[in-house]
Design a protein around this ligand. Sequence first.
Ligand SMILES: Nc1ncnc2c1ncn2[C@@H]1O[C@H](COP(=O)(O)OP(=O)(O)OP(=O)(O)O)[C@@H](O)[C@H]1O
Ligand SMILES: [Mg+2]
Length: 412
Amino acid sequence: MAEPTLVIVVASGAAWEPAVLERLGEHPRIVLLKRCVDVDDLLAAATAGQAHVAVLGLDSPGLDRSAVDLLRKHGVRPVAIAAGGATLDGARLRAARTGIARVVTDDDLDALAGAVLDEESPETAVRVPQPDGPPPPPPTGAVGPVSPGRVVAVWGPAGAPGRTTLATGLAAEVARRGRRTVLVDADPYGGAVAQQLGILDEVSGLLSAARLASAGQLEERFGSVQRGLDDRLSVVTGLPRGDRWVEVRAGTVEHLLEVARAQGEVVVDTGFSLEDDPGSDYGTRPGRNQLTLGALDVADEVVVVGGADPVGLSRLARGLVQVREVLGGRPVHVVVNRMRPTLGWSERDIAGMVAGFARPAGLHFLPDDQPTVDRALVAGRTLAELGDSPLGRAVARVADAVLAASPATSGR
Ligand SMILES: Nc1ncnc2c1ncn2[C@@H]1O[C@H](COP(=O)(O)OP(=O)(O)OP(=O)(O)O)[C@@H](O)[C@H]1O
Ligand SMILES: [Mg+2]
């Protein structure tokens, strides 16, 4: 018979305590190891290294990201109980913020034993990469050999038009098609890819890459700056705070993207500004927007995303002019995001407007699809992982066009 799962409970006097203790007590594969009075007591008990799981109130005082990290360090999986009529999705979102993947509401304790016994599987809401974990395994079988790919840069003007959503969606879609893919978060105003995908990572892949590049070791240790999401898709997470951009030396992003491209397809999320700020205060440092400009410079394909509303479209029009100057006229793929009938204009109307500012390599529309985006964000999943959705289908069409635009092993 399988070893029993040893559980510590911290209820801090919550109303659900008796019911939880009863359910855990009567389960044949669960052993209640200890009841702790508070989170500090729990952390002390966890360091003993015996427990497998901590069942604790989501609202326990002192329950934060560092407490959860400490639990995991000692091999203890947290399972949170959400009380007071919380919805499961709302509770999951709150739990994900502290790094907890398993949540049960106190009005559905039937799910408790399953959550306690379940090793965290791909269904969990939060991904917990190993801090110094191995690089994603080299592709095997269906994945095909490591081979050079293309760099696809996703840019868009100010106003959060959906650069990160599209970059993440594209990378996952390319990986789903069997290509080894790296998603790089190079937004100099602060990374968001890790948060979008529920990657709990204290270590920024971009800052690690910057340090390794300075030491001349990026190529050999490229694996250590990536976090593998599956055997094809990995992520180089972005800046933990916008002000850390000064730590990324000139040329780092270009170097990083070239190293990544040698191993497969690359999708890079960038910032909104294309202003060439020399950053003279920082001596040899690049200006902030060099992260974006460098990514656009090495990209094989550039995707420009803009919002479908009046403000988004006028920013897109200006952006197309700006990006043309930066790219020296190289054609871009234009994506108009959050298209919806209530705006009162058609795809044709927008195509006419875009034609006034650029001759794009392609024009695509993504629907306004809040339910899908919310589902992905709450679960920390990519669109490809969610299965069929209107937004997922539209992103797949963008991937078709972008991949068809340059042959797989071209490079520039
Ligand atoms: N097609 C869509 N339908 C519904 N919501 C969307 C869609 N695309 C993006 N969003 C939402 O719009 C918001 C901004 O998207 P996202 O973070 O991808 O933009 P961004 O351009 O990367 O912004 P930032 O400037 O913060 O980097 C997010 O809340 C996202 O979930
Ligand atoms: Mg973003």
